[in-house]
Write a protein that binds this ligand. Structure first.
Ligand SMILES: O=P(O)(O)OC[C@H]1O[C@H](O)[C@H](O)[C@@H](O)[C@@H]1O
Length: 545
């Protein structure tokens, strides 16, 4: 039994939440609800009024945060304290977007100079590739980047590049290879010219099977196109914290961009892992991305928790996960360029808070990280919004939308916005039986049929949502948005007293996968494992059913 669930505040929340009226009633009681439950920060605007809260709920949630010593924990992270207790590491992705004048101590040294040196190395490299000064082995400029990496070494570069498509410099294209399934790399290489292709291999550990395999295959392809071993240095660069392994692999030491143990993979896009992003949008825009995140860092550190955007969003998630039984959370991006963002937040949140023991190893007796999923609006309305409106599961929703489009065309953006706002309204107010009957008042159906259809048209409403707006999706607002969710994830972990920065759960699958790989390649069929695993391996070995 943890102290958290035994606390007075926790018990008060349990009691309070069961007595709150429907959101329709909460809006009717307070015409100022929107004004009182919205907050602006760093170019973002959060409307959290469509939530199952009143002033008392918020007061209790903020008490929970204070009892968790949240402010002290925020300070500890930014100061470089070793808060990742199982790997004995600081957590300082925030240092990657710090100012050159700052001093941030990690492992006994000021890390800001090295961060700045790496940014300068990136800027020089990006400038030379974009200007055409960087030449391939036949003297041609680079036209295509192939980014090889997986997990945090893939999702950040991929999703941010996609989100900032309007900022791509002409003349450069980028292809992302992550999965070890050869289709991923083959379908890209087939269209590329080795003379003008640059491979960026990103792996913090330089020990991830998929990334190593893909990089070796890329190298084989490159050499098979007529290039020679000494040409590799012109076409392969690496981003890693394991410089020794990268050099051993054959990467030219001058082409290795460092990263550090105090940056978690899912928090690393701000480091040289973001090199593909910078190559596409330019270093000036990459710096703007960092600036947006830095602004959100400042907001997070300096703003009282009651007006603190990451804290508000985090405490609302704690409310639904721990007091309303919600086990999932949906991210709905009403912006085509943000279509990949739910997948990014999926790793950020689920790999951070998918834990079941507290920092001191006590089994939790409460829910922790929810299942994060989502997609772009309005597509989701034609796919899964039915469940959001009438399903039995409570799934809180974040709607994210810029007020201005990069492609203002006719009524498109009006329709996008009207759908976004209409959805949050429908989730909140639902439809009563009487309203359904009224809608059927002119129906030719008989009374029994009308009563039946009306019943099927009832929507309970009271479904919570946040609406996050920005003027326009720019590098700066995107940086602030991603940092917002990083800090939201941190706050939830702080409340749940878990380590949000290790990922022991991914180890076993890898170990067993390596064992299966050996059994697939063995002389004899598999017999030592469970009957299912033996059979599956042997089916694969025979290559057909
Ligand atoms: O960057 P790498 O060391 O290759 O790791 C790539 C990924 O591997 C694992 O799946 C970790 O759980 C991720 O957090 C990490 O981003």
């Amino acid at each position: 039994m943890t102290t958290l669930t035994q606390s007075t505040t926790w018990k008060a929340l349990k009691n309070h939440t069961s007595q709150l009226p429907h959101m329709r009633e909460l809006f009717a009681q307070n015409p100022q609800r929107f004004e009182q439950m919205s907050v602006a920060a760093c170019g973002l605007f959060l409307d959290y009024s469509k939530n199952r809260v009143n002033d008392e709920t918020l007061k209790l949630l903020f008490s929970l945060a204070k009892e968790a010593k949240l402010s002290e924990k925020i300070t500890a992270m930014f100061n470089g304290d070793v808060i990742n207790n199982t790997e004995q590491r600081s957590v300082l992705h925030t240092a990657l977007r710090s100012k050159a004048t700052q001093t941030i101590i990690a492992e006994g040294a000021n890390i800001v100079p090295e961060v700045q040196q790496t940014l300068a190395k990136m800027a020089k490299f990006v400038g030379s590739v974009q200007s055409g000064d960087w030449k391939g082995y036949t003297g041609k400029a680079i036209t295509d980047i192939v980014s090889i990496g997986i997990g945090g070494s893939f999702l950040g570069p991929k999703i941010v590049s996609q989100a900032l498509r309007p900022y791509w410099r002409d003349g450069l294209n980028c292809h992302f290879v992550a999965n070890v399934d050869a289709s991923s790399i083959c379908e890209k290489l087939i269209h590329l010219n080795a003379e003008t292709t640059l491979f960026v291999m990103s792996s913090k550990s330089f020990d991830t099977q998929e990334t190593l395999t893909n990089t070796l295959s890329a190298k084989d392809w490159f050499l098979a196109q007529g290039a020679s071993q000494q040409d590799v240095a012109k076409h392969f660069v690496a981003v890693t914290s394991n410089v020794a392994k990268a050099t051993e692999f054959g990467m030219d030491a001058n082409n290795i961009f460092p990263m550090w143990d105090w940056v978690g993979g899912r928090y690393s896009l701000w480091s040289a892992i973001g090199l593909p992003i910078a190559l596409l949008i330019g270093m000036d825009n990459f710096i703007a991305l960092l600036e947006g995140a830095h602004q959100m860092d400042e907001h997070f550190v300096n703003t009282p928790i009651e007006q603190n955007m990451p804290v508000i969003m985090a405490m609302l998630s704690v409310l639904y996960g721990n007091f309303h039984g919600a086990q999932a959370h949906v991210i709905l991006t009403y912006d085509h360029n943000l279509r990949g963002l739910p997948a990014y937040f999926q790793q950020l949140d689920m790999e951070s808070n998918g834990k079941s023991v507290t920092l001191d190893g006590t089994d939790v007796d409460y829910s922790t990280g929810p299942v994060i999923w989502g997609g772009e609006g309005t597509n989701g309305q034609h796919a899964y919004h039915q469940l959001l409106h009438q399903g039995t599961a409570l799934i809180p929703a974040d709607f994210i939308m810029p007020l201005q489009s990069h492609n203002p065309l006719g009524k498109h953006h009006d329709q996008l916005a009207s759908n976004c706002f209409g959805q949050t309204q429908a989730l909140m107010q639902g439809r009563t039986y009487d309203e359904a009957l009224a809608e059927l008042s002119n129906s030719p159906l008989d009374d029994a049929q009308i009563a039946l259809i009306a019943k099927h048209k009832v929507m309970s409403g009271n479904k919570p949502s946040n609406t996050l707006l920005m003027n326009k999706l720019t590098p700066t607002t995107l940086g602030a948005l991603i940092a917002l969710y990083e800090h939201k994830t941190f706050v939830q972990g702080a409340i749940w007293q878990i380590n949000s920065f290790d990922q022991w759960g991914v180890e076993l699958g890898k170990q067993l996968g390596n064992d299966v790989l050996d059994r697939i390649g063995a002389k004899e069929g598999a017999t030592q494992l469970d009957s299912s695993s033996n059979a599956l391996i042997n089916l694969y070995r025979q290559g057909q059913l």
